[in-house]
Design a protein. Structure first.
Length: 362
């Protein structure tokens, strides 16, 4: 048995819930394949009684500002005590790497990574490749400019690995509430993947769903969303509404726009797959993630970051309902593979096993 301890603050954030959800739901299947996974919320003597220690980045999130040296020392100590040390970065985007961690850990895992790893060798404005793009192309600046720290050694780039994205959680009507409740009362029956989905081919009176926030501390993040609103004008909906009404809107929509925010992947993406609408996003070819849900032209529709084809993409989806429904069907069916209690469980265990097996301490 490969004993795997996960140091984590628990189910106390959307990303944290999505990171831990499959580890709990698939715990029995993981054990059947030789992985004994245990969640730990404190550094105790038994924490290092394992073959693999996975550190959820959220556990030390609040200590990096004033106590970074102590965090580094702790991670270095962990490494001397166990065969494998994995740092799981659960931040939103392909950027914002904790470069100081790379020399220490055996593996730096993240839900989404730049497909071209060499891009991490250059600084990016706003800590993200897309904010850097809008800074360079459109001159967008932030009140407090911030650049990502480049990764200087290829051996450190080799430690980067894709973990799993936030799609492996419950985004049904009551899903977020159940996940939050599990954080206080860890009863396994509270966690299950959503089974209900809306057929893409149903009657959908709403042509396009555009309901999103645009208020971010960084103008380089807000810019893409503001550009969308300026182009759509009255077609864009208002502010937030209740969850039941929001999910009902998705199920009545032909297509749903889901631009980048703090990260490229948003929780809305998974709600759209369940709703049966066609998901429209900015081009996603720059990133690698797992599950592989975002295939431009196959499971999602995409437009260029410079908006050159934005209008034509929307028009083609409206004019060609057969093509739109085909994309929505493919997106939903692909997503459902990973939510299936049996097949999805096996897919996750295989991915988890591959992640651990590739780790070679040098």
């Amino acid at each position: 048995m490969n004993h795997v301890n996960v140091l984590t603050p628990g189910f106390n954030s959307p990303n944290g819930c999505a990171f831990l959800f499959p580890l709990v739901v698939h715990r029995r299947m993981l054990a059947n394949y030789g992985f004994g996974v245990r969640l730990r919320n404190a550094v105790t003597p038994t924490l290092l009684d394992c073959d693999t220690l996975i550190v959820d980045s959220k556990f030390y999130r609040d200590r990096w500002q004033g106590d970074a040296a102590a965090v580094i020392d702790t991670l270095e100590y962990f490494k001397t005590q166990i065969p494998r040390l994995i740092y799981c970065d659960t931040t939103d985007s392909t950027g914002s790497l904790k470069v100081d961690v790379l020399p220490i850990v055996d593996c730096y895992a993240k839900a989404q990574l730049l497909r071209n790893r060499s891009e991490y060798g250059a600084p990016h404005y706003g800590q993200r490749i897309y904010t850097d793009y809008y800074h360079r192309r459109a001159g967008i600046t932030d009140d407090e400019p911030d650049w990502s720290e480049p990764v200087s050694q290829n051996t450190h780039l080799e430690k980067l690995a894709v973990s799993w994205n936030s799609g492996l959680a419950d985004y049904s009507l009551l899903g977020p509430a159940r996940m939050s409740l599990y954080g206080h009362f860890p009863v396994s029956s509270l966690l299950s993947f959503p089974r209900r989905r809306t057929p893409p081919g149903r009657v959908r009176p709403m042509q396009l769903h555009v309901r999103m926030g645009t208020t971010y501390a960084r103008a380089s993040i807000s810019y893409q969303r503001q550009m969308i609103l300026s182009r759509l004008g009255p077609l864009a909906a208002g502010g937030k509404i209740g969850r039941r009404s929001y999910l009902n809107e998705l199920s009545l929509s032909q297509s749903v726009l889901s631009p980048f925010g703090l990260g490229e992947i948003t929780l809305k993406d998974f709600e759209v797959f369940l709703s049966g609408a066609c998901l429209i996003k900015p081009d996603m070819n720059h990133l690698e993630t797992w599950p592989d849900l975002f295939r431009p032209g196959e499971t999602i529709a995409c437009f260029d970051w410079d908006f050159a084809d934005f209008d034509s993409v929307l028009t083609s989806l409206y004019d060609d309902s057969e093509a739109r429904i085909a994309i929505a069907n493919a997106g939903q069916e692909n997503y459902q593979r990973y939510l299936d209690p049996d097949k999805g469980s096996l897919l996750f265990v295989k991915h988890f096993s591959n992640l651990l097996s590739k780790i070679q301490r040098k």
